[in-house]
Design a protein around this ligand. Structure first.
Ligand SMILES: NC(=O)c1ccc[n+]([C@@H]2O[C@H](COP(=O)([O-])OP(=O)(O)OC[C@H]3O[C@@H](n4cnc5c(N)ncnc54)[C@H](O)[C@@H]3O)[C@@H](O)[C@H]2O)c1
Ligand SMILES: [Zn+2]
Length: 347
């Protein structure tokens, strides 16, 4: 029987059999191959999102896999097709949807958080969520399309233009992807990151990286920009210190793009917003165009997804992988391998 990794309660995950059922009208059954563990999954693992997550819950929203079966009325998809999923379901009736912002529907179902996710061997989703992958793109790399779509959306929200000076605060997976996408848009990019391992990895990808613990970031930005400050700062750290840095580095009419999920209210230097006429832009998730662009960026190698994959673990070891990630350590992205081959090899 297919297997699923399930969140039970704070810091407890298990694996259990999950029977596969035929897809209903408009649905497609997938065999997820690789599923990424993201920062939000860790927030769930910590128990911070119990109000939203109905345990036992199958997590996972960064995935790539293949179509197994299509339900009645589904056209254009066939068993074997390589796909990723844009894990959003909206109601199409709320004020946000009616204004054309379905991705931030006021009753959004984020599949993998609000409903069962991809960390299982069979996963049924609406056919409307599928995004086709080129056959040439390996499925492990394709599991990074979803966080790349986040980055594409964020760079779009901040309207990064060629030649602009961009500071990305927080060089985790999302921050590094934003840096790469901003660079591809012509931005002149600097990354600020606390972890030595992550700084080194970002440097190996050709990015210029500063350490906020030892470098005086505001001074470095002054030297780099001829005292003007940065045009755009992305807050991707989720920490108070990151917020402070992002506000401090901006020049006149600079834009602060807020990407990180802050678990509590933060202090922010509003005087700086007044003094320099700054703008704050929120950025959440993505739309289909962002996803399609992300597929292209990963497929053509502009985003070298393989370099961000630190480790691949079989589904049976997903609980241990969450514990390891929680302890921090020298990792960027961990993928869970849901294939039968990985399951057999792990026995
Ligand atoms: N807006 C969205 O739709 C969206 C989508 C995905 C993720 N997120 C959020 O984006 C954030 C980043 O995601 P991630 O997976 O890369 O998370 P992550 O926790 O792996 O990365 C955050 C990084 O910030 C660094 N950091 C912490 N404090 C810092 C500081 N003061 N200065 C510089 N760096 C600092 C950490 O060392 C870490 O590497 C998370 O909060 C996540 O929940 C938002
Ligand atoms: Zn809606």
């Amino acid at each position: 029987m297919p297997l699923a990794a399930r969140y039970l309660s704070a810091r407890t995950l298990d694996t259990a059999p999950a029977p596969s059922t035929p897809p209903g009208p408009g649905e497609v059954e997938l065999a997820p191959a690789y599923v990424g563990i993201c920062g939000t999954d860790l927030h769930i693992f910590h128990g911070d999102m119990d109000a939203r997550v109905a345990a036992p819950a199958v997590l996972g929203h960064e995935m790539a896999g293949r179509v197994v079966r299509v339900g009645p009325g589904v056209e254009g998809w066939a068993p074997g097709d390589a796909v990723t999923v844009m894990p959003l379901r909206w109601d199409d009736t709320c004020p946000a949807c009616r204004a054309g912002h379905q991705h931030i529907c006021q009753h959004l179902d984020f599949i993998g958080i609000d409903s069962p996710g991809a960390m299982q061997q069979r996963w049924t989703v609406p056919a409307t969520t599928l995004i086709r992958l080129p056959d040439t793109l390996p499925l492990d790399r394709a599991a990074l399309v979803e966080p790349t779509a986040v980055a594409v959306h964020d760079v779009g929200r901040a309207q990064v233009a060629a030649g602009e000076k961009v500071v990305v605060v927080g060089g985790g997976p999302v921050g590094v992807l934003i840096a790469l996408v901003a660079q591809a848009a012509g931005g002149d990019v600097r990354v600020v990151e606390l972890s030595a391992h992550r700084r080194l990895l970002a440097e190996e990808l050709g990015l210029v990286v500063w350490d906020p613990a030892t470098d005086h970031v505001a001074d470095l930005v002054g030297e780099w920009s001829g005292d003007a400050g940065a045009d755009v700062a992305f807050e991707v750290s989720g920490a108070q210190g990151g917020v402070d840095t992002a506000v401090d580095v901006l020049g006149v009419r600079g834009r602060l793009c807020l990407v990180a999920i802050h678990p509590k209210p933060r202090e922010i230097n509003l005087h700086r917003f007044f003094w320099r006429e700054l703008t704050l832009v929120g950025a959440r998730l993505y739309d289909r165009c962002d996803f399609e662009k992300a597929v292209a960026l990963v497929a053509e190698g502009t985003v070298p997804a393989d370099r961000l994959i630190s480790k691949v673990v079989p589904l049976t070891q997903a609980p241990a992988a969450f514990e390891a990630l929680e302890g921090g350590g020298d990792v960027m992205k961990i993928l869970v391998d849901c294939t039968d081959e990985a399951r057999e090899a792990a026995v």
